[in-house]
Write a protein that binds this ligand. Structure first.
Ligand code: ARG
Length: 578
C-alpha cells in the first residue's frame, strides 16, 4: 500500500542517517513514527527518547544531530529538531504527485487490498420476522451489514451476505389466525397494499382483538401446533402469507440495494437444531429436566441455565440458531461468522457461542456478534403506520420527499423523471450516511431534517462534493492527464487535501478491523471539507496558467474517485449531477 511504502522509505532514510551519525543501528522495523500534534510541526515525528539510553545522549541532542544528516529527497523536504523529537516535513509536490498517481492507477480499487488466498467470512444481517414489515431498526441493521460486508470485501476477504428469516413460531401464527378470521380473502392486489404491510396489519389486529378475547392466545398456539404437524390447510395459508411478505421485503431491499447471497429460513433450520440438542443430550452436555425440557447449565461460565427444548419437545429461539450456525459452517467453511444483531440480544449470543464451544465446534471461535445500538426518532418527527414503530418504507418515502424539496430550492432545471431518481438517491444517501456515521455501539436519534442537509457531515454533502467535481470536469471538456506538471502544486490547501487522500487507505483498513463504517464517513467528511477549503482559496478552471489548471483538474479528478469509493463502501450512490 502507498501509505506503507512511503513510510518505509522515510524510515530507511532516517535509519541511514542514524547509522552515519552514530555508527549504531536503528532498525526500520523497530522505528515508530508519530503524527505531530499540529500540522505546522511537520508531517511525521521520530521520538528520540528510546535511543537516549543506548547513545547516552539527551533526546534533543540526538534530534538535532540527526536533523543535520538527513538530506532532501523525494520524500523529505526537511527534518527539524524540536525538543526530543525529529520532525519530518514531506516534500509537498512530490507527495501530491505520488498520492494522485496511485489513485489514478488504482481508480476505485484505491484503498482495497488484493489477496491471493481469500478468507471466507459470513455476515448475517437484516434477519426479519415474517409477521410484519421492516422498521427503522432494520434500516440501521441493513446499512450496517452492507457496509461491513463491503469493508471486509475491500480488505481482502470473500464476504458472503446472508439473511436469516424467522418464518415460524407463534407470532407468525397470530397474523395467520387474524387473517383467517377477519381477512375476508383480501390480497395485496385487492387491497393495494404491499404484502408485508398487509400481513403486518393482521398482526396488529390480532394484538388488538386479544385484549377483548384472551382465548385467542390458545387458538394461535393450536394453529402453531397444526403447522408443526404439517396440516395441509395451515401450511397453504402460511406459504401464501409468507410469499406476500417476501415480495414486500424484496421490494424494500431492492430499493435500498440491500443484497444477499443466501437466505436461510428458520423453518428449515430448527430441525437441525433439534438434532444438535439431541446429540448434546446423549453426550451429557445437556440434561433433561423432570418436566421433560432439555436444558444446559452454564453457571461455570458465568451464564445462567438455558432451556433448549420445551417440555413438549418444541424448539425455542436458540434451538434454530444452533442449527443455523452449523449449517452456515457446513455450507461455507467460514473463518469468521458475523451476526449483525441489536445489542438487546447480547446475552443470547454469549449463550449461543458458549454452547457451540461446549459442543466441540472449533469454528465457534470465529463467531462474532456485531452488536449495535438503538435508533429512534425525535418525538413528533414522523407518524408511523401504527404509532409505535417507525416503518422503513414510510421513512424512505419521507426522505425522498425532503430531498425533492431540497433539490427544488437549489435548481429548477430537472425534468420530472430526473427529479424522482435524484431525490431517491439523495434521500437514501442521507439515511444511510446518518445511520453509519455513528459508531455502531452507540444509540442514534434519527433526525430526517438533519440527515438531508446539504451542509455538514451528511450523505448529501458528500454526494454534492462529488457531483460538483464532475460538473467542473464537464466544463473543462476533454483533457488528458498523461503529462501533468506537479511542481506547481503544493500550497497549504492542496497539500492538506492530498494528505486526506493519502490517509484514506489506512482509514479503510482500520474501519474494517474495527467493523466500524463510521471511520469511512469521517474520512469522507475530511476530504469533502478540505476540498471545499481548496475551492475557496484557489481557482481551478481559471487558474493562472494552463499547466496549473491541468494539475488542479487532475487533483479534483482523483478526489472524486476517492469520494466515490467512500460512498460505494457505505452503499451510497454517487450521482454525477446534483
Ligand atoms: N429474527 C430475529 C429478530 O427479529 C433476529 C435474528 C437474529 N439472528 C440470529 N441468528 N439470531 O429478533
Amino acid at each position: 500500500m502507498l501509505f506503507n511504502k512511503h513510510q518505509q522509505k522515510i524510515k530507511e532514510q532516517i535509519s541511514k542517517a542514524f547509522q552515519e551519525e552514530f555508527q549504531q543501528e536503528l532498525s526500520v522495523e523497530s522505528m515508530r513514527l508519530e503524527e505531530p500534534p499540529k500540522s505546522d510541526m511537520g508531517d511525521l515525528a521520530l521520538p528520540c527518547f528510546p535511543m537516549a539510553r543506548i547513545l547516552r545522549m539527551a533526546p534533543p541532542k540526538i534530534a538535532s544531530r540527526l536533523a543535520e544528516k538527513i538530506p532532501q529527497s523525494d520524500e523529505i523536504e526537511k527534518a527539524v529538531p524540536e525538543g526530543g523529537y525529529l520532525n519530518i516535513f514531506f516534500n509537498k509536490s512530490r507527495f501530491i504527485e505520488m498520492t494522485l498517481k496511485e489513485i489514478q492507477e488504482k481508480k476505485l480499487d484505491y484503498g482495497s487490498v488484493e489477496k491471493e488466498d481469500k478468507e471466507t467470512v459470513l455476515i448475517e444481517y437484516s434477519s426479519p420476522n415474517t409477521n410484519k414489515p421492516l422498521h427503522l431498526g432494520h434500516l440501521r441493521n441493513n446499512v450496517l451489514g452492507m457496509a461491513v460486508a463491503n469493508l471486509l470485501e475491500t480488505t481482502g476477504c470473500k464476504a458472503v451476505k446472508v439473511n436469516l428469516i424467522n418464518d415460524r413460531g407463534v407470532h407468525i401464527a397470530k397474523s395467520m389466525l387474524a387473517y383467517d378470521k377477519w381477512g375476508g380473502g383480501e390480497t395485496p392486489e385487492s387491497s393495494g397494499m404491499k404484502g408485508d404491510h398487509l400481513v403486518g396489519k393482521y398482526y396488529v389486529l390480532f394484538e388488538a382483538k386479544l385484549k377483548e378475547h384472551p382465548a385467542l392466545e390458545e387458538e394461535a398456539q393450536e394453529m402453531l401446533h397444526k403447522w408443526e404437524n404439517d396440516d395441509a390447510e395451515t401450511i397453504a395459508l402460511w406459504k401464501k402469507m409468507n410469499g406476500w411478505v417476501y415480495k414486500g421485503f424484496e421490494e424494500t431491499y431492492g430499493r435500498m440495494e440491500t443484497l444477499f447471497d443466501k437466505w436461510y429460513f428458520e423453518s428449515d433450520t430448527y430441525q437441525l437444531g433439534k438434532n444438535i440438542v439431541q446429540e448434546g443430550l446423549e453426550k451429557g452436555i445437556f440434561y433433561k429436566r423432570e418436566d421433560g425440557a432439555v436444558e444446559v447449565d452454564l453457571a461455570e461460565h458465568g451464564l445462567d441455565k438455558k432451556v433448549l427444548l420445551r417440555p413438549n419437545g418444541t424448539a425455542v429461539y436458540i434451538t434454530q440458531d444452533l442449527g443455523t450456525a452449523k449449517l452456515k459452517y457446513d455450507d461455507y467453511q467460514f473463518s469468521r461468522s458475523f451476526y449483525v444483531v441489536a445489542n438487546e440480544q447480547e446475552y443470547h449470543f454469549n449463550v449461543l457461542f458458549k454452547i457451540l464451544e461446549l459442543l466441540g465446534f472449533q469454528w465457534s471461535k470465529g463467531c462474532v456478534h456485531l452488536s449495535y445500538g438503538m435508533v429512534d426518532l425525535p418525538e413528533g418527527k414522523m407518524k408511523s403506520r401504527e404509532g409505535t414503530v417507525v416503518d422503513a418504507d414510510d421513512l424512505l418515502n419521507e426522505l425522498k420527499e425532503l430531498a425533492k424539496t431540497g433539490i427544488r430550492e437549489r435548481r429548477d432545471d430537472y425534468q420530472d423523471e430526473e427529479l424522482e431518481s435524484r431525490a431517491e438517491e439523495i434521500g437514501q444517501g442521507a439515511l444511510k450516511y446518518f445511520l453509519l456515521k455513528v459508531n455502531p455501539k452507540n444509540n442514534i436519534r434519527f433526525d430526517p431534517k438533519e440527515a438531508i442537509s446539504f451542509e455538514g457531515s451528511t450523505g448529501p454533502y458528500i454526494q454534492y462534493s462529488h457531483a460538483r467535481i464532475q460538473s467542473i470536469l464537464r466544463k473543462a471538456g476533454e483533457i488528458s492527464f498523461d503529462s501533468v506538471n506537479f511542481s506547481s502544486l503544493g500550497n497549504t490547501e492542496e497539500f492538506s487535501l492530498a494528505k486526506q487522500l493519502y490517509n484514506f487507505p489506512e482509514e479503510v483498513r482500520k474501519a474494517a478491523l474495527e467493523y466500524n463504517p463510521a471511520r469511512v464517513c469521517e474520512a469522507a467528511w475530511h476530504i469533502a471539507k478540505d476540498l471545499s477549503k481548496f475551492y475557496k482559496e484557489h481557482q481551478v478552471l481559471r487558474a493562472e496558467t494552463e499547466e496549473l489548471k491541468k494539475a488542479r483538474l487532475f487533483m479534483i479528478y482523483c478526489t472524486a474517485l476517492v469520494l466515490k469509493k467512500t460512498l460505494n463502501l457505505l452503499g451510497i450512490t454517487a450521482p454525477d449531477k446534483m
